[in-house]
Design a protein around this ligand. Sequence first.
Ligand code: DUC
Ligand code: ZN
Ligand code: ZN
Length: 479
Amino acid sequence: MKTLIKNGTLITASDTFTADILIEDERIARIGLNLEADSDHLVDATGKLILPGGVDPHVHLDLPMFDTVSSDDHYTGHKAAAFGGTTTAMDFVVLESTPSGRGQGEGDFQYSVGLWMKKAEKAAIDYSFHMNLTRFDDQIAKTIPSLMDMGIQTLKVFTAYNRRLRLDDGGIFKALQIARDNGMLVMAHCENGDVIETLTTQALSEGRTSPIWHALTRPAWGVVEASLRMAAMAEQANAPVYIVHMNAGGEVDMLQYARERGVKVMGETCPQYLFFTIDHLQRPDGAKWICSPPMRTEQDNARIWEGLTRGTLQTVGTDHCPFFYNGTKPIVYEGSEIVIPGKELGRDDFTKIPNGLPGIQDRMPILWTYGVNAGYITPNQFVAYTSTNPAKIFGLYPRKGALVPGADADVVIWDPNKQVKYGMAHSHQRTDYNLYEGWDLMGYPEKVFLRGKLIVDGAEWKGKRGDGKFLKRNQGEIL
Ligand code: DUC
Ligand code: ZN
Ligand code: ZN
């Protein structure tokens, strides 16, 4: 099957030029001027932009949390992603123990990946996994490299969530060394677990239970300090590290400080840290903005923008981890009523509010209007942050994140003049609210191809469950 897209303006991470693209089956076959081919489909993209499909390096689909689960699964979350121009998503495997018991190392990894593979059978876009490294012992250490055989070359570590997800610094340091020796990459959630634990206990004992206390018990200095600590450990291990969801201005300062000294540290931010502040948690519906790390201040927003403008940061992911705001009231999704317990679980206690926000669909359209149109980043930086850089860092480039012959034909036709009053009316994220309700957008995906198949055509969904493929990843690049 051949599709010829004529006269579009191609935007890559480095160039902008007018050309035609010929797609043959699942790949880009040719790019050039005045291409002629007897194609099955001809698309006139005059006045439109052509982008490589977005790559979201950080999502949490079907993730059990507290007494519920994140409300998008590998079908609904992927469908929403596609409507926002994203054609590859990476989520995190929870490290479980085999039913026969703990400490089996490779067995636990295989078992856990198997559970996630099963969940992802309904995938609608391409996907891969990171492994949450939430325990560390000799057996685990020995078997970490076996993850590479499963196409997983990334380990996520946490400096917070004491006694649940956190590793001590010794474990993190050894994980960095193992990653270094095997061409793997450590991703780090940086907060200060001890400070959070102490402040949370104190807040609860003083009866402070409202959403704002979620932010007040997770101070910005904790992430600043933890990010610098992580960069310092990476340097001492001579390993690269990727810091997820950078949220504080001081954290970007630490990233810049470390990178200027040659430390192989890379940083990701997410749209919520560019637009929202701790004040949103003071609203009556403040629970909608509860995620970890929390929202900060306008000064932090500004410093993170500056990090994107200057290129201190490398990627924009989403940390998409949606929950219903009112999980007692059904919504209609694809014609069926659905309700999943959500933020109301923590009505009387902020520590019981499931942590996480929707954003997998919002990322590219919101960043285009409020990043590119607003003059913070160029269209090429937009492509770099949302597609090419994540593809490079996570070992998918140039199969993903590139408009070149031979690449997967994950192609977005983007209408830069399309005006949209954004919000629930446009959202396919399976939850009952959208953080960007009523925001005016200019520029929006018009058609989205996944490996040559048109899966989004305007407002029409043409994809289906099972269209998405698991991507075995190679060693990535250090940017
Ligand atoms: N933070 C969240 O808010 N949700 C999921 C995981 C995380 O780190
Ligand atoms: Zn995290
Ligand atoms: Zn996350």
